[in-house]
Design a binder for this molecule. Structure first.
Ligand SMILES: Nc1ncnc2c1ncn2[C@@H]1O[C@H](COP(=O)(O)OP(=O)(O)OP(=O)(O)O)[C@@H](O)[C@H]1O
Ligand SMILES: [Mg+2]
Length: 287
């Protein structure tokens, strides 16, 4: 049994034996006599998954929920090559697309011959931190592409979903955009870098110029502040102020980077290894 969270950036897996992640990248395999890569056969096609995709020519872009659902079975098969065939999995679907839940379940059960539970995303994080919550909670998942939020209220001893949504392009990709546009002229050449290269620079907080390492942590900090303001403004629009919220949970990989003292909540919880929070919760449910 595993908990698996396939995000636009990374796929996170939690099992009894281990917790791991790999980039949610996919390509058709181009046969190459010297290549030593693990491949996955699905339907009549052979795929390369994860880090090995870097050197493949025929990459498949996972741009939306349709691709994410349709290629999920390939990612799961890949996971099974690492930790063995599973009889049961628990996974999730972005809150905005919860109406596709049954369809998604069918795709997985047919393709992977596995028993499968699918939760609205955010519930995984909830399960991960349940004991630490108050009566009114805001759960934020700052991902690579999306920012998801879910408000959960405890009423008469029972948990109720109050509101939730998936906001596309407000994940860390937006923070990288902000960084791109705030680069000073002397680093202007880096504005044309590919997204993944800028993301790397963003994560490292430094950039290489003619073999020299230049510290950009100040620019990064400013970009993060601006990005945090964007999140705050958008959440205010969505839920009209968060002042009644007692506890804010910030999870997803973005929680490793974001300044959190901006939320005027009584308590802010960042789970350990926040990018795995969702998958840990799924695993907890399935165990
Ligand atoms: N330990 C870390 N330190 C710094 N940044 C990190 C760390 N882990 C993850 N990140 C950043 O957080 C981003 C989002 O990670 P996450 O796994 O939450 O995205 P995702 O679930 O794939 O995206 P989405 O939820 O949009 O589908 C990563 O692309 C990476 O830039
Ligand atoms: Mg995610």
């Amino acid at each position: 049994m595993i908990g698996i969270d396939v995000g636009f950036g990374w796929t996170k897996v939690v099992s009894e034996e281990k917790t791991f992640k790999f980039p949610t990248w996919l390509a058709y395999y181009t046969p190459d006599p010297i290549a030593e890569v693990d491949t996955v056969k699905y339907g009549d096609k052979v795929y390369v998954i994860g880090n090995d995709v870097k050197y493949e020519a025929q990459r498949i872009e996972i741009t939306g929920i349709t691709e994410l659902m349709n290629y999920f079975p390939v990612f799961l098969k890949y996971v099974e090559t690492i930790i063995g065939k599973q009889d049961r999995i628990v996974t999730g679907i972005p809150i905005k697309y919860r109406s596709y839940l049954d369809k998604f379940k069918n795709i997985i059960e047919e393709a992977n011959h596995v028993e499968c539970d699918i939760l609205p995303q955010g519930i995984g994080i909830f399960l991960d931190v349940e004991e630490r919550l108050s009566d009114e909670n805001l759960i934020l998942d700052i991902g690579f592409n999306t920012l998801d939020y879910l408000i959960l209220i405890k009423k008469d001893g029972e948990w109720k979903k109050r509101k939730g949504n998936t906001i596309e392009k407000l994940g860390l990709i937006r923070a990288v955009d902000v960084l791109r546009s705030s680069l000073p002229d002397e680093l202007g050449y880096a504005r044309n870098f590919s997204f993944s290269r800028l993301l790397e620079i963003f994560e490292k907080g430094s950039i290489r110029l003619e073999g020299e390492k230049i510290d950009i942590s100040n620019i990064k900090r400013k970009a993060l502040e601006e990005y945090t303001e964007m999140i705050k403004t958008r959440l205010k629009d969505e839920i009209g102020g968060i002042s009644d919220i007692e506890t804010v949970v910030v999870a997803g990989g973005g929680a490793n980077l974001i300044k959190i003292d901006i939320f005027e909540a009584d308590m802010v919880i960042i789970p350990d290894e926040p990018e795995f929070s969702q998958a840990r919760g799924y695993f907890k449910l399935g165990r």
